[in-house]
Design a binder for this molecule. Sequence first.
Ligand code: SF4
Length: 199
Amino acid sequence: MEREAKKRNAPVYSFKGNRNPFQILISAILSTRTRDEQTIKVSERLFKEVREPRDVLRMGEEKLAEMIRGVGFHRTKAKNIVKLSKILVEKYGSKVPDNIDDLLKLPGVGRKVANIVLANAFGKPAIAVDTHVHRIANRMGIVDTKRPEETEKELMKVVPKNLWHRINRPFVGFGQTVCKPIKPLCGECPFAEKCPKKC
Ligand code: SF4
């Protein structure tokens, strides 16, 4: 599964495969401020030992931090993952909630991570706006926003609801290969003629 994600330049959390909602949540948290290759490598290592919240609690914060070393802010993430695992066990019967309000109450879970979980773990209509989605939607003139939260709201107005959960993956692939953050490859871009930002 990870190899497939690597090959397609897609974020690892996009592939449900044999991943359960808890693992998708953890991958999404690990992926923030971290390159996909590193998220994939660390997730692969971690998920040999972790399938559910109790596995995290058994492991403890120290070992978890060691296992996820290599992702950005690994110590803070380890602390948050332990805290949220405890909450999931005590409050949600070890299940990941499938609604945005409860997800946003979990430590270390912001809108992007919550929407990734809703879309990829539960197939719910949610737009996961990361740096690629935010940048490309603005460059292409689909939205005119300053913050990812605004981009999410604006995209909801123009994209049919049945496509919300599918937006993130192609944008990420496109952002990594063509519409890169610095020096986008506009000369190779199929949307260049219509793109207001083409360079
Ligand atoms: S033309 Fe350039 S800026 Fe516009 S979408 Fe294509 S790569 Fe991005």
